[in-house]
Design a protein around this ligand. Structure first.
Ligand code: ADP
Ligand code: MG
Length: 648
C-alpha cells in the first residue's frame, strides 16, 4: 500500500483522531458478546499512546439512523477498552460541541478518549463537510484504522481527511496489504470460494475474480441460482430468478470451465435444528424440499482443488451453517484450507462467524475484519476511506503540514470579507496546505459562516490574555473559541511596534491561548538596526525564551512560530530565502534547547514579510520553513489562492 501509516508521522505531543471500528455485537444487557474488533484496534492505540500522542477515538455502533438511541451508546465499549488497555478511557456522551472541544483540548499525551457514536448525527453518513470539519477541529492528525467502514464515504472516513493530515492505522494497513497481495500478486493455482445467500451481493466480485483465478468454487445459496441456470429443478431452494440470465450468460462464456458447482447437496423440507435432511445429487432434489448445504462429494472435489492451491480467497459460507446439520460443507472447506500450505484470506461477516464456530481461526493466514470492505476490494474497487489518505512520498515530515496563512491586518469590511471567502473557498478546495485567514475581529463571524465546511481555518489577529473582565477594547481567548477560531496571532511585529506588546505579554497570550484550546502563532523577528548590528541571533534567542518558556511540553508540539524580520514587513524587501532559512534553523535549535528534539521537529515555523506568489516556492522549499504568513498578497482571493495551491 502506498499510503502513509501512523509510523510515518511524528505524533509526539499531537492530538490524534483515530477512526476505529468498534461496531461490536451487544446482547440485551448491553454486554459485548465479541470484542475482537476492539482487540484489533489495540496495536494502533497502544502505539500512539506509547509515542506521546493524545488519542481521541471515533466510532459508530449499530444503526441508530441519525438519532440518539440509548441502546447504541458506546459506553460499554469504553469500559471494555479500559480493561484491555489497563488505562483510563475518558468517555464522552457526544462527538462534537463545546464540551467535547474542551475535553479534547485538556486531554494530555498518553491519555485516551472515546467520543460518542458518530451515527447519532445524520451528518456522519451524509458525509457532511461541516460535521467533518467539527470533528477535525479536535485534533492535529487523523488516523483511519476502521477497515470495516473504509468502503463508505462518510464524514469520519473521507470527509475529515480534507481537513487534517490523514494516515492509516496498523489494522487498516494490514488488511489492505493482505488483500493486495492476494489480488495483485497471487501465487497460482489461485482459488476463490464464493458462498453465502445471494448471488446479487457478489456479482461484482465474481466478475472481477474470474479472470484472475484458476478455479471459482461456488456454494451456499448462490449456487442454487447457477444450478437452476443449468436446468436443474431446485424445488423450494432459495434462488434469485432476477439473476438467472446473468448466471446463464456467465456459464456460457469462455472462462466458465473455471467455475465449479455442487454435484450433490444436503436437502431439507424446512430450516430448523431438528428438520429431516439427506444428501442427494443435484438432479434429484425431492419435491418441495430445498438445498441448504453442499454435499460430501462436492466437498471432496472442492477440497482437492483447495489442496493444490497456493492462494485461496473465501467469502460466504457453503450452507446454512447456523444449523449444525447444514454446517458440514462449510466445515469441510474450512478444514481443507486449514490443511493446505497456502495464503488464505477469509472475509465476510457470516464467513467469520462460521470460522469461529468451527474453531479453525488458526489455520487461516488472514481473517478480514470487514465484510463489505473486503467484498469491495475483491470487486477490484478502491476504498474511499483509503483513497482519502496521504500517499507515501518523500519530502517534509507531514506532521509539519505546510501552512499558508493570510493576515488581513486592518483591511476589509464584513461585506468584503464575505465576498473574499466565498470566492476563495472554491479556489483552494484542492490545496493540501493548512490554510488560515486572520481577519479583523469584526469580520470573524462572516468568515466563519462563509468558510464553514471548507478547508479554510480562521483565527484572531490578537487577543488579551485574561479570560474576561473590564478591559475595554480587548477580546479574549474564549470569545475567539466561541467564534470558531482555531488560531490566534500573538505578538505580531506591528503589535510590538505600535501598541507596545512586550515579550512577557506575548508569552502570557500564548499560554492563555493553549489553555482555552486555541493554537497560538507567536511572532518573532529583529529590526533592521538589530540585523545591521548583527544582533539577529541574540534578539531571536531572547524573544523565544521570554515568549515561550511558560508553555508546557504537552502543548509545545502544536505551537506555531512566525519569523518576521521587521525590516521586511510592508517594505517590499523580502528576506532572501537563505537568510530566512538560517533564522528558522536557529529558532529550531533554540526550541530543542527549550524542550527536546522531537518537540522542536514538530513545531512549525513560518516566514512572514513581503511573501508574494513569485517568492513563495523558494521560501517554502527551505528545510526549516514550514509555512508563510502573507500580508498584502492575502487580500486578493485569486492571488492568495495561487499561493495556497502550490500545495496540491
Ligand atoms: P458473508 O456475511 O460471509 O458475506 P452472506 O451474508 O453472503 O455471507 O451469506 C451468509 C448467509 O447465507 C448465512 O446466513 C447462511 O445461512 C446463508 N446461506 C448459505 N447457504 C444457503 C442456502 N443454501 N440457502 C439459503 N441460505 C443460505
Ligand atoms: Mg452476511
Amino acid at each position: 500500500m502506498n499510503k502513509k501509516t501512523v509510523a510515518d508521522v511524528d505524533v509526539k505531543g499531537k492530538k490524534v483522531l483515530v477512526r476505529v471500528d468498534f461496531n461490536v455485537p451487544l446482547n440485551e444487557n448491553k454486554e459485548i458478546t465479541d470484542d475482537s474488533r476492539i482487540i484489533a484496534a489495540l496495536p494502533t492505540i497502544n502505539y500512539l499512546l506509547g509515542h506521546g500522542a493524545a488519542v481521541i477515538l471515533l466510532s459508530h455502533l449499530g444503526r441508530p439512523k441519525g438519532q440518539v438511541k440509548e441502546e447504541f451508546r458506546l459506553k460499554p465499549v469504553a469500559q471494555r477498552l479500559q480493561e484491555l488497555l489497563e488505562t483510563k478511557v475518558f468517555y464522552l456522551e457526544d462527538c462534537i460541541g463545546e464540551e467535547v472541544k474542551k475535553q479534547a483540548n485538556e486531554l494530555q499525551p498518553g491519555q485516551v478518549m472515546l467520543l460518542e457514536n458518530l451515527r447519532f448525527y445524520p451528518e456522519e453518513e451524509a458525509n457532511d463537510s461541516a460535521f467533518a470539519s467539527k470533528l477535525a477541529s479536535l485534533a492535529d492528525i487523523y488516523v483511519n484504522d476502521a477497515f470495516g467502514t473504509a468502503h463508505r464515504a462518510h464524514a469520519s472516513t473521507t470527509g475529515i481527511a480534507q481537513y487534517l493530515p490523514a494516515v492509516s492505522g496498523f489494522l487498516l494497513n494490514k488488511e489492505i496489504k493482505a488483500m493486495d497481495t492476494a489480488l495483485a500478486g497471487a501465487e497460482h493455482p489461485f482459488t476463490a470460494i464464493m458462498g453465502g445467500s445471494k448471488v446479487s451481493d457478489k456479482i461484482g466480485v465474481i466478475k472481477n475474480l474470474l479472470n484472475k483465478v484458476d478455479s471459482l468454487l461456488i456454494g451456499g445459496g448462490m449456487a442454487n441460482t447457477f444450478l437452476l441456470a443449468q436446468g436443474y429443478n431446485m424445488q423450494k431452494s432459495f434462488v434469485e430468478k432476477d439473476n438467472l440470465d446473468w448466471a446463464q450468460t456467465l456459464l456460457a462464456q469462455e472462462e466458465a470451465d473455471k467455475i465449479k458447482l455442487p454435484v450433490d447437496v444436503v436437502v431439507t423440507d424446512h430450516l430448523a435444528e431438528d428438520a429431516p435432511y439427506r444428501v442427494v445429487s443435484v438432479d434429484a432434489i425431492p419435491e418441495n424440499w430445498m438445498a441448504v448445504d453442499i454435499g460430501p462429494r462436492t466437498v471432496a472435489i472442492y477440497a482437492e482443488i483447495i489442496r493444490q492451491s497456493k492462494t485461496v480467497v473465501w467469502n460466504g459460507p457453503m450452507g446454512v451453517f447456523e444449523i449444525d446439520n447444514f454446517a458440514a460443507g462449510t466445515e469441510g472447506v474450512a478444514r481443507a484450507i486449514g490443511e493446505t500450505d497456502c495464503l488464505s484470506i477469509v472475509g465476510g461477516g457470516d464467513s467469520l462467524a462460521a470460522i469461529h464456530k468451527l474453531g479453525v481461526e488458526e489455520q487461516i493466514s488472514h481473517i478480514s475484519t470487514g465484510g463489505g470492505a473486503s467484498l469491495k476490494m475483491l470487486e477490484g474497487s478502491t476504498l474511499p476511506g483509503v483513497a482519502a489518505l496521504l500517499d507515501k512520498k518523500t519530502g517534509k515530515e507531514i506532521a509539519r503540514r505546510p501552512i499558508i496563512a493570510g493576515n488581513w491586518k486592518m483591511h476589509k469590511t464584513p461585506l468584503e470579507a464575505k465576498e473574499n471567502i466565498a470566492a476563495l473557498r472554491t479556489m483552494v478546495s484542492g490545496s493540501e496546505a493548512e490554510i488560515i485567514i486572520f481577519p479583523p475581529f469584526i469580520d470573524i463571524p462572516i468568515v466563519a459562516s462563509e468558510a464553514a465546511g471548507s478547508n479554510i481555518y480562521w483565527g484572531g489577529q490578537n487577543m488579551y490574555w485574561r479570560a474576561s473582565g473590564a478591559f475595554t477594547g480587548e477580546i479574549s481567548a474564549p470569545m475567539l473559541i466561541a467564534a470558531g477560531c482555531r488560531y490566534v496571532l500573538c505578538g505580531h511585529s506591528e503589535r510590538r511596534q505600535f501598541f507596545g506588546d512586550t515579550d512577557q505579554e506575548v508569552g502570557r497570550k500564548a499560554v492563555a491561548a493553549f489553555a482555552h484550546g486555541l493554537i497560538p502563532m507567536v511572532c518573532v523577528g529583529e529590526t533592521l538596526a538589530q540585523r545591521q548590528a548583527e544582533e539577529t541571533h541574540s534578539v531571536l534567542c531572547k524573544q523565544i525564551r521570554e515568549c515561550l518558556s511558560a508553555i508546557d511540553r504537552a502543548h509545545a508540539a502544536r505551537l506555531l512560530i512566525a519569523y518576521e524580520p521587521i525590516w521586511a514587513i510592508g517594505t517590499g524587501v523580502a528576506a532572501k530565502a537563505q537568510d530566512a532559512q538560517e533564522a528558522a534553523c536557529y529558532i529550531r535549535k533554540q526550541l530543542v534547547r527549550m524542550w527536546d528534539k522531537d518537540t522542536a521537529n514538530s513545531i512549525r515555523i513560518l516566514y512572514g514579510g513581503s511573501v508574494k506568489p513569485h517568492n513563495i516556492q523558494e521560501l517554502m522549499a527551505c528545510e526549516d520553513i514550514d509555512g508563510v504568513l502573507v500580508g498584502g498578497s492575502s487580500l486578493d482571493a485569486a492571488t492568495f489562492a495561487d499561493m495556497a495551491n502550490s500545495y496540491r
